[in-house]
Design a protein around this ligand. Structure first.
Ligand SMILES: CC(C)(COP(=O)(O)OP(=O)(O)OC[C@H]1O[C@@H](n2cnc3c(N)ncnc32)[C@H](O)[C@@H]1OP(=O)(O)O)[C@@H](O)C(=O)NCCC(=O)NCCS
Length: 143
């Protein structure tokens, strides 16, 4: 392995899991040249569904965007990293927090929090009605 230069460790949320990385393109931008808020919301909705999917094991629907804060603009060419954590498991629903960090096009390795959000997903049956979140079966630990 070559002796590579050391880069500073980024300040990222260790309590959250990286669930998505994506780079916005010019077609995703608004008249200001920044990225559409609606595009960011769609990515957050996808990223937020990743952890609930592990529990729900099937169909689900977003029932609520409980909170959504655009803290900084997102720009074409930023590398966006989406971190999520489950904050509540209810009878039929799961709530997650999503934090989005941007590495600017000309400032790679430096992470800037651009968005934070809280969303709730509901497990649904084949008819689109809420169903209980399955109780996870404990996985035996190899001895
Ligand atoms: C999701 C849907 C099936 C829920 O049906 P419902 O009859 O409203 O269900 P309920 O009132 O029983 O609520 C279901 C769960 O959602 C939760 N919930 C409902 N509204 C909520 C809100 N505003 N914030 C957080 N949780 C909420 C309830 O607390 C419940 O969770 P729990 O069982 O863990 O306590 C129905 O509202 C629906 O189909 N919505 C459209 C979904 C959709 O198209 N999403 C994409 C949007 S583009």
């Amino acid at each position: 392995m070559p002796d590579l230069p050391h880069l500073p460790a980024p300040a990222l949320p260790s309590s959250h899991e990286l669930v998505l990385k994506v780079i916005p393109m010019p077609a995703d931008s608004n008249a200001n040249g920044d990225i559409f808020g609606g595009w960011v919301m769609a990515q957050v909705d996808l990223a937020g569904s990743v952890l609930p999917a592990r529990y729900i094991q099937g169909r689900m629907a977003t029932v609520a965007v409980n909170e959504f804060i655009f803290k900084q603009p997102v720009r074409v060419g930023d590398i966006l990293s989406f971190f999520a954590t489950v904050t509540r498991i209810g009878r039929t629903s799961i709530t997650v927090e999503v934090e989005v960090y941007a590495e600017r096009f000309s400032d790679q390795g430096q992470y800037l929090k651009v968005t934070e959000a809280r969303l709730t997903y509901v497990a649904i049956d084949a008819d689109g009605r809420p169903r209980p979140v399955p109780v996870p079966v404990p996985v035996p630990v190899p001895t």
